[in-house]
Ligand binder design. Structure first.
Ligand code: HEM
Length: 160
């Protein structure tokens, strides 16, 4: 299978090690999120038993695995979630940080088994994810994303 990310094997190996060592990494990841953004704790007010956070994190892991692998849906899904999450009043800049919290959790749990190669692979993955996050459609009175696409279409139409 060809992979969309050239060091997918390192990311997968690190995630497998995480799964072997921690039954549920949910509290570890959200601890980091809430340490950076304490006000986001209240955003999960509906999550009385942790199920929403767990479900969200499992989708994030699935998205990462698809993003580095076949990339059948994750690139679109991540952009869609940014827009959906505006309905939860989640700032889009937190998305990049959250992927960083996932990486930092893997690093902390792996401890001495976290290698330089894994660190490089995760760093590059976060940069690539960030590029997708930045190109997500913007809602609002003058969405730059839609305006840019329209402008490109108009240019093509004018010259084509
Ligand atoms: C790619 C990244 C993300 C994905 C795929 C994702 C996915 C999801 C999904 C599927 C749910 C619904 C879970 C359920 O109801 O069982 C959810 C809920 C939620 N997510 Fe995310 N999420 C992402 C990033 C974020 C980030 C960065 C934040 C920032 C704090 C966030 C905040 C929330 C909140 C507050 C809810 C609960 C909404 C409610 O039910 O009141 N999400 N997310």
């Amino acid at each position: 299978m060809t992979t969309a990310f050239d060091r997918a094997d390192l990311i997968e190996a690190s995630l497998e090690m995480l799964a072997d060592r921690v039954a549920d990494p949910t509290p570890l990841v959200y601890e980091k999120l809430f340490a950076d953004y304490p006000t986001y704790r209240a955003h999960f007010w509906r999550d009385t038993n942790g199920a929403v956070k767990g479900e969200m994190l499992s989708r994030v892991f699935a998205a990462i695995l698809d993003f580095i692998g076949e990339r059948r849906y994750a690139d679109h899904m991540i952009r869609c979630e940014i827009v959906t999450h505006e309905g939860y009043d989640v700032d889009r800049e937190v998305f990049g940080t959250f992927f960083g919290h996932v990486a930092a959790t893997v690093r902390d749990v792996l401890g001495e088994d976290w290698t330089e190669e894994m660190a490089d692979a995760w760093r590059d993955l976060l940069v690539e994810l960030d590029a997708y996050l930045k190109s997500a459609p913007q809602l609002g009175p003058a969405p730059p994303f839609a305006a840019k696409l329209r402008h490109e279409f108009e240019e093509k139409f004018a010259t084509g």
